[in-house]
Design a protein around this ligand. Structure first.
Ligand code: FAD
Length: 351
C-alpha cells in the first residue's frame, strides 16, 4: 500500500467497486479501495435483483447468472398470513443459494482481477479532512494514507454517515436456514407497520426477513421470532442479522473532494429496499464526478433520486394506511386478480 493515492474509496460493496471499476475505465488508475472485512463477507440482504440491476452488473463486466441468480417462478403476495395473489414471476431474480454473498464476492474478484488495489481488513478508523488523510486499520496495522479525492461507499451507518444529518432509517432483519419448504417467494404485508416480510426458498435453503421504518419502541427480535413461528418455522436465531437501510437521499458531495455513493448517499429505495441498482449507478456517477472533477454529475444524479424517492415515499404513505392495504389485498387481490396480474406482467415482468 502506498502513502498517497489519487482516489481512496471506502468500502468494497457494490457502490464502492462500481466506482473503482468506472474510474479505471475513465483512466484513473491510482485508486485504493479500503474494506473493513475479508471477502467473501456476510451481507444482510433479501438477495432480490431486477432485470435492470442485471443490466448494470453486465455493463460493469459481471453476469449475475454466473453467481447462480435465476428466477424463482412461484411468487405469492400475502396479507398477514393469508395468500392473496399468485404471480408467475419473471421480474425478480434471486440467487440459488438465497443470499448475496456469492454476488458480492464475484464482483470483488472481478475488480481485483482488473488490477484494482483492494485492502481487505482495513477499516477506515480516522479521517482528517484538512490534511486529506485517512487512517486505515487499527493497532499495529494502522496506516495513514493521503488522498486527492475520497469516496465514502461504506453503507448506511459507516464512517461517512457522521458527515450526514439523516435520522430516519429502515431496519431490516434476515436469517438463512435449511428447510423443507417448497421453492418460492412469499411477500407478506401487514405484519410490520411500514414494511414487509419476505420468505424465499430455493434448494432447501430459506431466507426470511422483515423490514420496517425503524421505531425504538418496537421489539423487532420478538416480532421476527413470532413471524417465524407463524409460518411454521423455529430455527436457531444465532445467525440472525440486522442492518439499516437509509430513508432519503443525503448530501452527495462535501468540500475537499469528498463524495458519497450507494447507501452512504441514501441511494436505496425506501419503499422496496432495492439498493443494488441505485448503488451501482451511484458508484458510477461518483467516479465520473471524480474523474472529470465535476461534482455536479453526482449532484444531478442525487437530485433525480430525490425526485424518484419522493414519489416512492408518497406511495408508501398511502399504501401503508390501513384502509388502502385492506382495499389492495381484499378488493384488489380478490375481485380484481386479473388486473393485479396484468399490472405485474405489463410493468414488471415485461420490463
Ligand atoms: C436486510 C436487507 C435486505 C436487502 N435486500 C435487498 C434486495 O433484495 N435487493 C436490493 O437491491 N437491495 C437490497 N438491500 C439493499 C442493499 O443491500 C444495499 O442498498 C446495498 O448493499 C448498497 O450497497 P453499498 O455498496 O452502498 O453498501 P454495502 O453493500 O453495505 O457495502 C459497504 C461496504 O463498506 C464496508 N465498510 C463499512 N464501514 C467501513 C469502514 N469503516 N472502512 C472500510 N470499509 C467499510 C462494508 O464492510 C461493506 O463491504 C437490502 C438491505 C438490507 C439491509
Amino acid at each position: 500500500m502506498n502513502d498517497r493515492y489519487d482516489v481512496v474509496v471506502i468500502g468494497a460493496g457494490p457502490a464502492g467497486l462500481a466506482c473503482a471499476l468506472t474510474l479505471l475505465d475513465l483512466g484513473v488508475r491510482d485508486v485504493l479501495v479500503a474494506e473493513k472485512y475479508i471477502f467473501p463477507r456476510d451481507k444482510c440482504c433479501a438477495g432480490y435483483i431486477t432485470q435492470k440491476t442485471v443490466k448494470v452488473y453486465r455493463e460493469l463486466g459481471l453476469d449475475p447468472a454466473d453467481c447462480g441468480y435465476t428466477y424463482i417462478k412461484d411468487f405469492r403476495l400475502f396479507y398477514g398470513l393469508s395468500p392473496r395473489q399468485y404471480i408467475d414471476n419473471r421480474f425478480l431474480l434471486t440467487s440459488r443459494e438465497i443470499n448475496r454473498v456469492a454476488l458480492d464476492d464475484a464482483f470483488f474478484r472481478l475488480a481485483a482481477s482488473r488490477g484494482i488495489e483492494i485492502a481487505e481488513n482495513m477499516p477506515l478508523t480516522a479521517h482528517d479532512p484538512d490534511s486529506k488523510t485517512v487512517t486505515l486499520g487499527a493497532g499495529e496495522n494502522r496506516t495513514a494514507v493521503r488522498y486527492g479525492s475520497l469516496v465514502f461507499a461504506d453503507g448506511t451507518n459507516g464512517f461517512g454517515s457522521r458527515y450526514q444529518k439523516a435520522k430516519r432509517r429502515n431496519l431490516a432483519m434476515q436469517l438463512h436456514f435449511p428447510s423443507d419448504r417448497p421453492d418460492g417467494i412469499e411477500i407478506h404485508f401487514g405484519i410490520t407497520e411500514r414494511g414487509y416480510c419476505w420468505v424465499s426458498t430455493s434448494g432447501g435453503i430459506t431466507n426470511v426477513g422483515i423490514t420496517d421504518e425503524y421505531r425504538k419502541s418496537t421489539d423487532y427480535r420478538a416480532l421476527f421470532r413470532k413471524f417465524l413461528r407463524d409460518i411454521g418455522e423455529d430455527p436457531d436465531l444465532s445467525g440472525l442479522y440486522s442492518a439499516f437501510t437509509p430513508i432519503g437521499v443525503r448530501r452527495p458531495v462535501l468540500p475537499g473532494n469528498i463524495y458519497f455513493a450507494g447507501d452512504a448517499m441514501g441511494a436505496c429505495d425506501p419503499f422496496t429496499l432495492s439498493g443494488l441498482r441505485n448503488g451501482l449507478e451511484c458508484g458510477r456517477k461518483a467516479a465520473e464526478s471524480v474523474a472529470k472533477n465535476d461534482p455536479s454529475i453526482l449532484r444531478r444524479f442525487a437530485g433525480k433520486l430525490r425526485f424518484k424517492f419522493f414519489f416512492m415515499r408518497l406511495l408508501m404513505k398511502v399504501f401503508y394506511l390501513k384502509p388502502a392495504k385492506l382495499f389492495v389485498f381484499n378488493v384488489g387481490c380478490r375481485c380484481l386478480r386479473g388486473v393485479v396480474r396484468f399490472f405485474f406482467d405489463r410493468f414488471l415482468n415485461k420490463k
